[in-house]
Design a protein around this ligand. Structure first.
Ligand SMILES: *Cc1c(COP(=O)(O)O)cnc(C)c1O
Length: 371
C-alpha cells in the first residue's frame, strides 16, 4: 500500500489513495459519453447498497467538496418554515448552523462539549420542550475531535417522534455501519474523498425517494438544487452541469477496491486496527488522546499537544512532514491539540512508521513529554 516517495497523508480527506485509484484518473471522459454516465449510475447503485438504501432511497451526486452536498441537502430538503435541531459538539455542527442561517431556516442549537456525544435523552428533552422542531441535522462522526455520535439511537428517537433526520455522515460512511432501512433516517450525506478513499471533488446525498420527490421548488440555489439535479439525471442520465469526470472515475476505482476489500465491515476493521496501533504507539511516547476510548471513532485521533514550551505545532509539523507524514492541526478552541488521521490506503505499518517519525521529530526539536 505504500506510495513510493509521496508523503503519507494522515488527514481525514484529502487522504492517501491507492495507486489504482490515482491510475483511474489518467484518462479523459466526455460528459455525454454513455460509458461515463453508466459509471455514475453504478457508483450510485453501490453507494445505496453501503447504507442498505436500495428499496426506498435514491442517491444524488453533487459537484464540489462535502460542504456543497451538506448545503444542497439542507437547502433542498428542509422547507423554509421548518425548525431544525442541531446537536452541536464541533466545527462541522457549527457549519450546519451557519448554513441554516444563510438559508434563513430557523435552527435550535443543542450545545454540547467537544468530547460529549449527542444523547437520546438530551434530544428527547429538546423535542418535549420545543415541539415546533420539525427536523434534526445530526453529524454522525464529528471530525473536529473524532467523536462518534450514537446515530442508531437518534434515528430510532426521530422515528418515534416523527422528526425528519438529515445526517452528515461525511467522515463515517464506508467505515462505520449506517443502515437506512431500519427507519428514522431521511437523508445521509457524504463525499468521495473520505472513508471511501476516492479523491476529493464530489459529494452525494442518499435521500428517501418520497422526500426528494416532494421537495421540488424548495431550493433557492440553482447549482445546489438536489431535486433539479436528480430530475435532470433521471431524464438524461447525465450530470446537470459539468461533472468532475476524473473524480468520478477515481471513485469508481475506489469503490471497486472497497468491495474487493470486503465492504464496510472490512474497511471499518482496518481503520480500527490503524487507530489502535496509533493510540498504543503514541502512548509509548507519552501522548494521551483527547477523547475517552468509549466515544473515539476509528477515523481521526486528537492528541493533547506536549506542554513543553519548546513545542510549536508548525515546527513539529514540518519535521514530521520532512520524514514523509502529513499531520493535521487541532480544531478545538479550549485545549492545544493536534490530530492524526487513520483513514486512507494505509495500514498498521504506516501508523507505526508515522509514530516513529513523530518520536524522532520531538527529539530533534528537544521537546519533552511529561512522563
Ligand atoms: C469533511 C467533512 C465535511 C465537509 O468538509 P469539506 O471541507 O467541504 O469537504 C463535513 N462534515 C464532516 C463531519 C466532515 O468530516
Amino acid at each position: 500500500m505504500i506510495n513510493g516517495s509521496d508523503p503519507i497523508l494522515l488527514t481525514p480527506g484529502p487522504l492517501t489513495t491507492s495507486p489504482a485509484t490515482r491510475q483511474a484518473m489518467l484518462r479523459d471522459w466526455g460528459s455525454w459519453d454513455a460509458a461515463f454516465n453508466q459509471m455514475t449510475n453504478t457508483i450510485c447503485v453501490d453507494l445505496l447498497a453501503i447504507v442498505s438504501g436500495q428499496k426506498d432511497f435514491v442517491c444524488v451526486p453533487m459537484q464540489g467538496s462535502g460542504t456543497f452536498s451538506v448545503e444542497a441537502a439542507l437547502g433542498s430538503l428542509v422547507p423554509h418554515e421548518a425548525v431544525v435541531l442541531v446537536p452541536n459538539n464541533g466545527a462541522y455542527c457549527t457549519r450546519i448552523l451557519k448554513i441554516l442561517g444563510r438559508l434563513g431556516v430557523a435552527a435550535i442549537e443543542l450545545n454540547l462539549r467537544d468530547d460529549e456525544p449527542a444523547s437520546v435523552e438530551r434530544i428527547e428533552d429538546m423535542f418535549l420542550r420545543e415541539p415546533r422542531i420539525t427536523h434534526v441535522a445530526q453529524v454522525h462522526l464529528e471530525t473536529s475531535a473524532g467523536l462518534l455520535n450514537p446515530l442508531e439511537d437518534i434515528a430510532a428517537l426521530c422515528a418515534r417522534f416523527d422528526k425528519r433526520l438529515i445526517v452528515d455522515a461525511m467522515s463515517s460512511l464506508g467505515a462505520l455501519p449506517i443502515d437506512v432501512s431500519k427507519g428514522g433516517i431521511d437523508a445521509v450525506i457524504s463525499a468521495s474523498g473520505k472513508c471511501l478513499e476516492g479523491v476529493p471533488g464530489m459529494g452525494f446525498v442518499i435521500v428517501r425517494r418520497s422526500l426528494l420527490e416532494a421537495s421540488e421548488g424548495i431550493s433557492r440555489s440553482l447549482a445546489l438544487d438536489l431535486h433539479d439535479q436528480y430530475a435532470y439525471m433521471l431524464k438524461t442520465s447525465q450530470w446537470r452541469f459539468t461533472p468532475p469526470t476524473h473524480v468520478v472515475a477515481a471513485l469508481r476505482a475506489a469503490l471497486d477496491q472497497f468491495i474487493a476489500e470486503g465492504g464496510q465491515a472490512a474497511r471499518g476493521a482496518r481503520y480500527r486496527g490503524n487507530c489502535a496501533t496509533l493510540i498504543d504507539a503514541m502512548a509509548v511516547l507519552g501522548f494521551k488522546p483527547f477523547l475517552d476510548a468509549s466515544v473515539q471513532a476509528p477515523v481521526i485521533v486528537t492528541f493533547h499537544a506536549p506542554r513543553d514550551p519548546a513545542y510549536d505545532f508548525k515546527r513539529f509539523y514540518e519535521a514530521v512532514r520532512e520524514a514523509g507524514y502529513v499531520l493535521y492541526p487541532g480544531k478545538l478552541t479550549e485545549v492545544e491539540t493536534f490530530r492524526v488521521g487513520c483513514i486512507g490506503a494505509i495500514d498498521a505499518n504506516e501508523m507505526h512508521n508515522a509514530v516513529a517519525a513523530i518520536g524522532r521529530a520531538l527529539n530533534a526539536l528537544h521537546v519533552r513529554l511529561a512522563a
